[in-house]
Design a protein around this ligand. Sequence first.
Ligand code: C2O
Ligand code: CU
Length: 597
Amino acid sequence: MAKFSMAASNLCVAIVALAAVAAAAVGEAAAVEHTFVVSEMKMTHLCNETLVTVVNGQLPGPAIEVTEGDSVAVHVVNKSPHNITIHWHGLKQRLNCWADGVPMVTQCPIRPGHNFTYRLNVTGQEGTLWWHAHVSCLRASLHGAFIIRPRHAYPFPKPDKEIPIVIGEWWSMNLAQLAKNMEDGYYDDSSSATTINGKLGDLYNCSGVVEDGLVLDVEPGKTYLLRLLNAALYSEYYVKIAGHEFTVVSADANYVRPFTTDVVAIGPGETLDALVVANAIPGRYYMVAVGGQAPKPDIQIPETRSRATVRYAIGAGNGDEAAPPVAPEMPDQHDFMVSFNFHGNLSSLNRPGSPPVPATADESLFVVLRMGSICRRGRLSCKRSGSKESIIVETMNNVSFQLPAVAAATPLLEELYYDHRRNGTVGGSGLDQLYTLPDRPARPFNYTDRALIPWGPNEAWLEPTEKAALARRFRHGAVVDIVFQNAAMMDTDNHPMHLHGHDMFVLAQGHDNYDTVRDVARYNLVDPPLKNTVLVPRLGWAAVRFLADNPGVWYMHCHYELHVSIGMAAVFIIEDGPTLESALPPPPVDFPKCDQQ
Ligand code: C2O
Ligand code: CU
């Protein structure tokens, strides 16, 4: 039964895709349609059969391919036993917050057995984005690429071929169980393998039989546009191809000034477009992705790594067929400078129509990202530093996010929308359960003091924290600066901070503690890169600026699944603008209801 409906929906996708191509040929915006059937299926890797939740029976899920300016309808049919929402990661969703797909922030989830159609507009963005379930760990198997091609031309020579590269993780354990463990404060799980386009590759085997790996067939002299995205729950990845270089042309669907590098670094939630010319001696070359992690004394997880093969066409003079592929020399997994330098090389390719960088900010926040702990069972005092009496959480300015009580029944966006229309003002009713994200931490300390890394007496005094519905309201049109300061409190992970519905200009990044006087002078106000996910370096900081001009309730969080699930999140409420054209329209008529059975 499930099989039949899947085939039927694929057919319908094919027909619609044809229609879309026809419209695009005459330069008009097209209406693209997809059907996403979410269901559970069994997959076997590493000698283990696992029940996974996927879209249309595929892992990674289907890619959505559109041309800038198109509109997209995605019919989600939930045949899984889980509540589902889909988030369109990086899509600006102008005046379309209803379709942002965050459970109980923007919408009631789609219940098992129910459907919902997401309607999206893709304007003013070109490049690679992606979609994923916004249901805790389930996104490890519910994700796919969202590719936006230019209506006119690329700002670089047209590549001969485009290849999506989805870096992910294979979890032999059940993902719903993983999510439960994280919430219970048990965070020792790690993925079973790294994957490239869903394939584990030949570094993994089941009783000696190697796992399938991705093979990229190339022809000498041709140019390939790799569309990379990191859908992993846990790690930033460093990616190299032996004998080849990447020319990075876009990040988070914003063009960048092209630069050439032999290694790219991509954090969870980030996307990258890079050109690769097949200009090596014909043969076979490994493409390797290795997961980065902070060195000791940070707690270590086993190294994660996967590889694919770049293979030159047969008959192109690739002499020794039997010779093993050439392997790249990979950076050390602990070498975080690979990431720091890579991200520091991004600058935006200013083009006519590119949004200007606002010269000054209306509000400035200093947000410290760090761990803390909370006593179990509501106790006020308890043993900390990893004791079972307390539970570890992640915080922003020493508050760990939890949904307010009102969100048990009504998504915050609906609450805000109707409240606003009742009272002519935001606030009151459920929204007074929100807790304002402070401008800066109440208690400053030396954030990058290495002595705070090991769990124990040095850091214990800083651990006590609280949970609240962390939120911040912004006037429509406000220019907001945020300095994210990464603190060396019990760990020194970097944090890929993702803001929904907006791109942020990354004005600067730096090591150690941010210093206003010294560091404001270093802000790049000429060509800062625009990102929806900013990688805040370990033992360092990143400064961003964004224009709060898209009304709605937007989730802002770390894209490491563990970190967001233990509270590194907040909601940004952006008020309506003064005109009808700058106010959030009403919700879709068929919007999911929370009490649906
Ligand atoms: Cu890709 Cu809220 O996330
Ligand atoms: Cu994080």
